[in-house]
Write a protein that binds this ligand. Structure first.
Ligand SMILES: Nc1ncnc2c1ncn2[C@@H]1O[C@H](COP(=O)(O)OP(=O)(O)OP(=O)(O)O)[C@@H](O)[C@H]1O
Ligand SMILES: [Mg+2]
Length: 463
């Protein structure tokens, strides 16, 4: 496998740990192994018992190892967005050598990234990711990769994502205890937004909703960045509990009824289909219609959707052209799209991976971790190295310490598409995508003003 690279995603969820082994052959990712095992030690998306979680991780990794025939050492770990904070930062360093411009190298990128992180965080928080927006070399903005350019001053505009130390520490510790190394730590919706949305949806603004077992995360992706995340501590487990309570049956029966006969949209269920349910305290099963089961499910799904909508309304979210994309296990409920459409404007769709063996919305996160990691540019990797200071292995970058940049193959970039602010055009860079400025490309006045509203909404959005 000399010209291939292996990426292993690890999604530590409330009900299951998912491991996905992907092989990147010449830029195309192929799924070569999957592992999924019930989770231990999690409560509503957060690790609360490291030993139990490490045990579940080991089991899922062993399964994926057997399926893929690959030995797994390094994993890309998804972190939940609970208590996530985002801040826009700016850093600047002088690169001049005795007053003369000189070529910018990897170390300069690391140094300017460090300068953006100089702002101190509260003791209980930790930086998880530093996502670049653009660089400036001297007065030229809009640069995605400054290496190899010549200048006296290097600036970086970026977004810092930070989370509670406990969440980050527990994830790292559980991975370490499972005898694995961290290839990267990624905030779930950052990776998923990147993977499940088209370029236009990422640029113009889209809501993505991860309907998990322990929690539901509603996020906004705009200008190719995660701009907002709301974690609601209700998910599929609540639906199961409701069924168990209303039908007076065990949680195990309730889960099976939900998976085998559940509908989110009760009119879609059949009122003539009778389900024989084992009920506590009765010797004979009791019959309930499929539609009655669906009514129980629909009530909870509506509550989850309403709470997400209320949250988006409370921050005055404008209409986002990309609409809403649903994923996570609960998005597998038939009729969920119709219910979501009652609460959200625009198009609603469900994301289901189309790779064999993972065609379920609950695999969206783990697949996205592999896709996202494989798309990171050298500059993204350098910035991550700055953040994690040795905790994370930057395998593809290790051999290139402090060398002048040679042009990598163009990738789908996670960079913010920034309009150069200088009157002069930005210096060309081989890694840069063509500058796209959707503000200029539309001739529709109505769309222009709606874009303007979205842009101004987000311009004041960060802390
Ligand atoms: N086809 C389906 N219909 C209804 N519910 C489903 C279906 N498939 C999975 N689920 C539910 O989705 C949940 C599991 O989803 P997922 O794997 O995304 O959650 P998780 O990652 O373990 O949890 P979390 O993200 O909250 O930490 C469970 O509640 C499960 O019952
Ligand atoms: Mg999940």
């Amino acid at each position: 496998m000399s010209d291939s690279q292996i990426y292993v995603g690890l999604d530590i969820g409330t009900t299951s740990v998912k491991v996905l082994v992907c092989e990147d052959v010449k830029g195309r990712l192929k799924v070569i192994g999957v592992g999924e095992q019930p989770s231990g030690g999690l409560n509503r998306g957060v690790i609360v018992d490291i030993d139990k979680t490490a045990h579940s991780i080991s089991k899922a990794v062993a399964q994926a190892t057997a399926k893929s025939g690959t030995s797994i050492r390094k994993v890309i770990v998804g972190l939940p967005a609970n208590y996530l904070q985002m801040n826009q930062v700016h850093g600047m360093i002088t690169v001049a050598d005795q007053g003369q411009p000189r070529e910018i190298v990897n170390q300069d990128v690391i140094d300017v990234a460090h300068s953006t992180l100089s702002q101190s965080l509260p003791a209980e928080r930790e930086v998880i990711d530093l996502v670049p927006r653009d660089f400036a070399v001297d007065q030229f903005r809009g640069i995605k990769d400054p290496r190899g350019m010549s200048g006296v001053r290097l600036e970086l505009w970026a977004t810092v994502y930070s989370g509670p130390k406990t969440i980050v520490h527990n994830a790292k510790k559980a991975v370490e205890q499972a005898n694995l190394q961290l290839e990267d730590l990624v905030v779930g919706p950052i990776a998923t937004g990147f993977n499940i949305l088209s370029d236009g949806e990422q640029d113009f603004g889209t809501v993505i909703m991860d309907l998990g077992a322990g929690q539901t995360t509603t996020s906004i992706i705009h200008d190719r960045q995660l701009k907002f995340a709301y974690v609601d501590p209700e998910g599929g487990n609540f639906i199961t509990k409701d069924i168990s309570t209303v039908l007076n049956t065990s949680l195990k029966n309730a889960e099976k009824l939900k998976l085998d006969h559940g509908y989110a949209d009760s009119p879609q269920a059949d009122e003539n289909v009778q389900l024989a349910v084992d009920v506590v305290g009765k010797t004979q099963p009791v019959n309930y219609t499929e539609q009655y089961l669906a009514e129980v499910i629909e009530a909870r799904v509506r509550q989850i959707m309403r709470r997400a909508k209320d949250k988006l309304d409370s921050i005055n979210t404008p209409h986002l052209p990309g609409g809403v994309v649903l994923y996570g296990g609960v998005a597998g409920l038939p009729g969920i799209k119709q219910i979501a459409a009652d609460y959200f404007d625009g198009n609603v769709r469900v994301f289901i991976p189309d790779q064999m063996g993972i065609r379920r919305p609950s695999f969206a996160n783990v697949l996205s971790l592999c896709m996202y990691e494989s798309s990171l540019s050298d500059v993204d990797q350098l910035l991550k190295e700055t953040v994690h200071d040795g905790d994370v292995i930057m395998s593809r970058h290790e051999e290139q310490e402090n060398t002048v940049h040679t042009a990598p193959a163009p990738r789908k970039s996670r960079f913010f598409n920034h309009k150069p602010e200088s009157a002069e055009p930005a210096q060309p860079t081989p890694a840069a995508e063509p500058a796209r400025n959707h503000e200029e490309s539309s001739d529709d006045d109505h769309k222009q003003s709606s874009k303007g509203r979205i842009k101004s909404f987000f311009s004041n959005f960060f802390d």
